[in-house]
Write a protein that binds this ligand. Structure first.
Ligand SMILES: [Zn+2]
Length: 376
């Protein structure tokens, strides 16, 4: 047990342990990195180490504090419990009055974007004012153990006009509390908050390391492990939750859209593939776009250099190599631009299938110019 369980990003782990050993723990940290790379796990381990009854710069995993904080390892039942406490159909004021807070140890809180169900099912989960105010009040309580730790997952979902609550805490930092903000990218936070946090960034793991984690933590068979490690883009958390078959199918279908856009063997066939993609996969459209970005990144790597590259989609290497011979960097750039526009419109609820069609059509290559001899 202890930090050695956390695989990858050893320099970040070493820095955290160094701070704990020297008892120079900051009041605010920001851990960034892609979804599923281990931000929450590392923050939870830090909370354990900051409160372990046996060790100073690591955690034993056995003492009462370690065990209780370890319960944050699976937040789903805790979220369900929190939502149930609030009642089936909470109105807006109830949501703020009874904030969703996950706590399994008196000194450690996890705050996650509130998924507010029932009345407003389309609202995106976000950190809400009630949650931030509760943290603000609790941060100044004396810890029962050594240190109060507040883990704020999805810090980028905080409304910018609420970040003042946060700044207040950071300007008058409580003596023995640490706020740990987690976000996919530090630049999604306001600069005034970002600059007051000690920043750490978790990089994606190589596929082999992800596989190693899957061996230890899951019952996946070898073939699924390999595919999950390939498709998770270096994020073990994403690999563990993955429906491997569905994700592989999504990647293949997205590649088909790109192939048909290049060949444009007929508009009907292209529309069939885009609408199938938009409808058939029960997956957030945002994730569909991420798949396109990862395929295009591979295409760019393949077409820009002759050296053997590590692909994000090694299972589709042959198809990607074929496609890379038909496109050039200008085409790929145009495709990325098209998906960027689609991404920026996503929140405005455009018709997704039509949006994809538009990008695909714009990428269709013009009919080849006939040779001069043929004109005669
Ligand atoms: Zn312990």
């Amino acid at each position: 047990m202890g930090f050695s369980e956390f695989l990858g990003n050893g320099h970040v782990v070493a820095a955290l342990r160094g701070m704990l050993a020297a008892e120079r723990v900051p009041h605010a940290m920001l851990i960034s990195g892609p979804r599923g790379v281990g931000k929450f796990t590392l923050a939870r381990m830090f909370a354990q180490a900051a409160n372990c009854e046996q060790l100073r710069d690591d955690f034993c995993g056995e003492c009462d504090a370690c065990r209780r904080i370890a319960l944050l390892g699976d937040v789903r039942p805790l979220i369900e419990q929190g939502l149930a406490q609030r009642g089936e159909r909470p109105d807006a004021s109830t949501v703020e009055r009874i904030p969703l807070l996950l706590q399994t140890h008196p000194d450690v809180w996890a705050v996650v974007p509130d998924p507010v169900r029932a009345k407003d099912p389309v609202a995106r989960p976000m950190l809400r004012m009630g949650q931030l105010r509760a943290v603000q009040r609790a941060a100044y309580f004396k810890p029962q153990g050594r240190r109060r730790v507040f883990i704020l997952d999805g810090a980028e979902t905080m409304r910018w006009d609420l970040s003042g609550i946060f700044l207040k805490i950071l300007e008058e930092p409580p003596e023995s509390a640490t706020l740990i903000l987690l976000a996919p990218n530090p630049f999604l936070l306001q600069s005034t908050i970002r600059s007051r946090c000690l920043q750490f960034s978790l990089a994606p793991l190589p596929a082999e390391e992800v596989e190693e984690i899957l061996v230890r933590r899951t019952k996946m068979n070898a073939e699924d492990r390999k595919l999950a490690a390939q498709y998770c883009e270096g994020c073990p958390g994403a690999a563990m939750d993955m429906d491997v078959g569905a994700v592989a199918a999504l990647h293949r279908d997205a590649l088909t859209v790109l192939e048909r856009a290049v060949d444009l063997r007929g508009v009907a066939a292209l529309f069939a593939s885009t609408s199938a993609l938009a409808k058939s996969h029960e997956i957030a459209f945002e994730n569909v776009l991420e798949v396109f970005y990862s395929l295009l990144t591979d295409l760019l790597d393949l077409s820009s250099s002759s050296s053997k590259k590590t692909l994000r989609n090694p299972a589709l290497r042959r198809e990607l190599e074929n496609l890379s011979r038909k496109v050039d960097v200008a085409w790929i750039t145009k495709a990325v631009d098209g998906f960027d526009v689609l991404h920026s419109r996503m929140r405005r609820n455009i018709n997704r299938s039509l949006g994809l069609d538009a990008v695909a059509i714009s990428l269709a290559r013009p009919a080849p110019v006939p040779e001069k001899s043929e004109i005669r």
